[in-house]
Write a protein that binds this ligand. Structure first.
Ligand code: SF4
Length: 213
């Protein structure tokens, strides 16, 4: 009986301790996130990302509950990851860099077919994918136009590379950067999301391509 009482007391203390740690981490996250949002200052980036990766779902739920921007958590994480990985990404040559573009960028009349490694763009000139491909491939980048994360995982398994550049909507981009965090990922957000004819700022993608030279 004494043993059972002690066990439940220990369990209760453990739960209180875990809840206290989570609350402290959330408060630290809010302070660091405010520094980024208000003063554009990124402090303790690795710790911030640790909190986001650990408490991603609770943070999203809290942001939603407080009626904050749905993309706030992903936005902060993407900014921090870009800042943290920039130098290493720039040091790795284009030949060892994979680019992932979402196939929703294609034009509705896109003539390309879907292959096992993604969309086979013919550079028909109807959308920004062809524009990016025209610049990226002669520089040595390997570019893939993918319909989803399962393609990304497969391509990553089958290729030798050291870093990645991704284009996607907030949640997909953050998830991809989280998944490939060992490869110094860089990301560019879509400016218009949807199922097709989404939009990316090509200039921002070109900046990431040129930053290695
Ligand atoms: S540029 Fe490529 S992806 Fe875009 S519509 Fe043409 S073939 Fe399709």
């Amino acid at each position: 009986m004494l043993f059972i009482d002690s066990f439940y007391m220990f369990l209760g203390q453990l739960v209180v301790l875990i809840v206290a740690i989570i609350i402290i981490l959330l408060i630290i996250f809010i302070i660091l996130a405010l520094l980024i949002a208000k003063k554009n200052k990124i402090r303790f980036p690795r710790f911030l990302l640790y909190i986001v990766d650990l408490l991603y779902s609770p943070l999203k739920t809290i942001a939603h509950f407080l009626k904050l921007d749905d993309n706030l958590i992903d936005d902060i994480a993407i900014r921090v990851r870009n800042d943290l990985n920039k130098e290493q990404y720039n040091r790795i040559p284009a030949e060892k860099t994979l680019i992932f573009l979402p196939h929703c960028l294609r034009h509705k009349d896109c003539p390309a077919t879907l292959q096992k490694e993604g969309l086979n763009c013919t550079e028909c000139g109807l959308c920004s994918i062809g524009v990016i491909k025209k610049k990226a491939e002669p520089l040595g980048y390997k570019m893939y136009i993918v319909p989803g994360s399962s393609f990304v995982k497969k391509i990553v398994m089958e290729n030798k590379f050291q870093t990645v550049l991704g284009v996607a909507c907030h949640e997909d981009l953050n998830q991809m950067m989280m998944l490939l965090s060992d490869f110094y990922p860089q990301g560019v957000l879509l400016e218009r999301t949807g199922c097709f004819e989404t939009k990316v700022n090509v200039k921002k993608v070109f900046e990431k391509l040129d930053s290695k030279y």
